[in-house]
Design a protein around this ligand. Structure first.
Ligand code: DQA
Length: 148
């Protein structure tokens, strides 16, 4: 099962960026832990600070991969284009956030992507990604009728 983790703007700074909110560990440091935790999933990751590159990546994998874990960063709250892309691809997308959006500024309460996603995990730091992957792993036996 091919799963791509997509991280959007500023997530390349994880570990250094506002550590009180986003923690002290980089995603590159965490990723091998995910790979060992899910030997049955083929994981890859992609990060970009550019909306167009995130769109291109969604289009590229959105009809071939079995799942996408997407942390679109601030584009979550602003990008109708990313929301349209998530709506338009066949691969199921789980939205993730390190921080608990409901506990933050009001502008972060609204996700434009959420209605097109299979679900959302928010507030568990890097563990949010692990929880999203658990869902994909649980889908594996039911793959008959999966959207790809
Ligand atoms: C974030 C939450 C967003 O509001 C913010 O713009 C981010 C990170 C999170 O993972 O908690 O860049 O997506």
């Amino acid at each position: 099962m091919d799963i791509l983790i997509i991280n959007g703007p500023n997530l390349n700074l994880l570990g250094r960026r506002e550590p009180g909110i986003y923690g002290t560990r980089s995603f590159e440091d965490f990723f091998p832990e995910l790979e060992s935790a899910f030997p049955g999933l083929t994981l890859s990751m992609f990060q970009s600070n550019h909306e167009g590159e995130l769109l291109d990546k969604l289009h590229e994998v959105g009809f071939t991969h079995h799942g996408i874990v997407l942390n679109a960063g601030a584009y979550t709250h602003t990008s109708l284009a990313l929301a349209d892309a998530v709506a338009g691809i066949a691969t199921p997308v789980v939205e993730v956030h390190l921080s608990n959006l409901a506990a933050r500024e009001e502008i972060r309460h609204k996700s434009l992507l959420g209605r097109h996603c299979a679900g959302c995990v928010s507030g568990f730091g890097l563990e949010s990604y692990r929880l999203a992957l658990h869902w994909f792993q649980a889908q594996q036996p039911k793959r008959v009728g999966f959207r790809v």
